[in-house]
Design a protein around this ligand. Structure first.
Ligand code: 13P
Length: 286
């Protein structure tokens, strides 16, 4: 299985200033479509699973589905748990084959977050895994986790201290970004990304990718956002292409599941491939 660690994937992307796309998968079809895009574009890719998706399938079944599909490709893939505040889910996924986790402890005070994230990093290392850390909520609810309230930013000193003391491999700063479609044009604190990367040397994770422009992505990637998260665009592409197909099926009274699946797969593959080209990850795999 062409698995790559989060650290290896992101350190290379940070050095070469491209973004590794981290797409949230929701089932076998979205996984297959994203992997097809990665093959088509010769791009590394991070497959992310929300806690909701892990719980919906059960960890073992989800892992088996995803790894069966990963086994069929020859591009490097990282398997990551997105926003997870629950230590038992983190432990279960690390023991069960995920090689990367976002321990989302932003609701704890920073001292307790440092203490617990340090433990998660040690636990991940025992499994050969890596950790993304977070001290500020990213605005917007993602698969039941998070809040619509604007998040409170910590000072640069607090963020740098968190990164240094915990040893996280990647950090998710709040920079005016938000999960879901943007209701108003975001005011992004891009300088914060530059400052954090300069002070720590580690790659940043850009959350709330859906709805940002190519210019915004490329500016933030140039500043050190080496992991770029896309969830809503994948979900919308999957569901809207399905709706479009079903409306036509109803109009023609023609019901053929394989054509339905192919239609959705092509739509999600195209959405993923477009993001890979914008992030500069296309063509990075021989
Ligand atoms: P979007 O849903 O806005 O693409 O954000 C994805 C994300 O950041 C997942 O953690």
């Amino acid at each position: 299985m062409p698995v790559v660690s989060l650290k290896e994937a992101l350190d290379h992307a940070l050095a070469e200033r491209y973004g590794v796309p981290a797409f949230n998968i929701v089932n076998d079809l979205t996984t297959e479509a994203i992997l097809a895009a990665a093959m088509q574009e010769r791009s590394p890719v991070i497959l992310q699973t929300s806690v909701k998706t892990v719980k919906m399938y059960g960890r073992r079944q989800l892992f088996d589905i995803v790894t069966t599909l990963i086994d069929a490709v020859d591009v490097p893939v990282t398997l990551h748990v997105d926003h997870c505040p629950d230590r038992s889910v983190i432990s279960d996924c690390l023991a069960g084959g995920w090689n990367s986790v976002l321990f989302d402890a932003h609701e704890l005070d920073v001292a307790e977050n440092v203490r617990q994230t340090t433990e998660v990093v040690a636990e991940a290392r025992r499994h050969g895994g890596h950790v993304e850390g977070e001290i500020e909520g990213i605005q917007g609810v993602e698969d039941g986790i998070g809040s619509d309230e604007a998040s409170e930013q910590q000072s640069l000193e607090v963020a740098v201290d968190f990164i240094e003391r915990t040893g996280v491999d990647c950090f998710a700063p709040a920079i005016g970004n938000a999960h879901g479609q943007y209701k108003a044009a975001p005011q992004l604190d891009h300088q914060r990304v530059s400052d954090l990367v300069e002070a720590t040397g580690i790659p940043m994770a850009l959350h709330g990718g859906t709805g940002l422009s190519a210019e915004q992505f490329q500016d933030l990637i140039a500043r050190g956002c080496a992991k770029v998260n896309i969830s809503t665009a994948i979900k919308e592409s999957y569901m809207k292409s399905g709706l479009e197909f079903l409306k036509e099926a109803e109009a023609k009274d023609k019901w053929d599941p394989p054509s339905f699946f192919r239609h959705q797969l092509a739509a999600v593959q195209q959405t993923a491939a477009e993001h890979m080209r914008i992030f500069g990850s296309s063509g990075r795999v021989a």
